[in-house]
Design a protein around this ligand. Structure first.
Ligand code: URA
Length: 225
């Protein structure tokens, strides 16, 4: 939005009186006095008029080590949610940039910046998500090859994006996928009669779950745009 529109709306003033506020040096953007009325303001810019704060919202970016049993949602009637783990008054402003199933652990990103969460989750962006997976049977070479080609999901009538599977043992692997369909990994293994016993997300793009972030802990981070 244009700065003069925001200021005019807030002050309930017409164009001429709003211009006077700028000309008399009463408008500041991110703590700097500004006279250009056409400047663009984002929702996280701080705007003050005549010493009064008109808008001052802090962008929050949270990286969490999600425990098992906690729901990736902002509210849930039955189970604790990931928001319950953040004991801050701003926790309620956050939304999830991609979910994990209740019994999946690992890296979860929460933010109040819709642009950022969209960039992280939009399928077209093809952001890699790396998981550690353990299944109840032997992962054959056929599975590795098929995952690389894509698996057909009848419900959505689509092929999954090519995924890279690196075997760690015959029943354990590191799997990188580039989208986030509902129960995606469980559904990819299911046609081979393999049940996922444990699923843990280690990384999303360049964000990696570091070892010093214990289960249930979170920290704020500054994304690189
Ligand atoms: N795939 C799943 O099946 N579950 C998750 O939580 C994430 C990916």
């Amino acid at each position: 939005m244009r700065l003069d529109r925001l200021v005019g709306k807030w002050a309930g003033m017409g164009k001429r009186r709003t211009k006077e506020l700028f000309d008399s040096g009463q408008v500041s953007l991110n703590r700097r006095r500004v006279s250009e009325r056409g400047l663009r303001v984002g929702k996280f810019d701080r705007v003050e008029v005549a010493g009064q704060v008109l808008q001052a919202r802090t962008a929050r970016y949270v990286l969490m080590h999600k425990p098992l049993g906690v729901v990736s949602a902002t509210v849930d009637e039955e189970h604790p949610t990931v928001i319950d783990l953040i004991d801050q008054e701003w926790a309620g402003e956050l939304h999830l940039a991609g979910r994990l199933d209740r019994f999946t652990s690992g890296l979860l990103v929460l933010t109040n910046d819709g642009g950022y969460s969209e960039a992280l989750t939009r399928p077209e962006e093809k952001v890699p998500k790396r998981y550690h997976v353990r299944v109840d049977g032997v992962i054959s070479e056929e599975v590795v090859r098929d995952f690389e080609k894509g698996i057909y999901f009848a419900k959505e009538k689509v092929m999954t994006e090519p995924a890279q599977l690196n075997l760690l043992s015959d029943k354990e692997c590191r799997l990188t996928i580039y989208e986030g369909k509902h129960h995606q990994i469980k559904r990819m293994f299911a046609p081979y009669g393999l049940k996922v016993l444990s699923l843990h997300r280690e990384a999303i793009g360049s964000l990696v779950l570091s070892e010093d972030l214990a289960v249930g802990q979170w920290r704020e981070f500054q994304p690189v745009f």
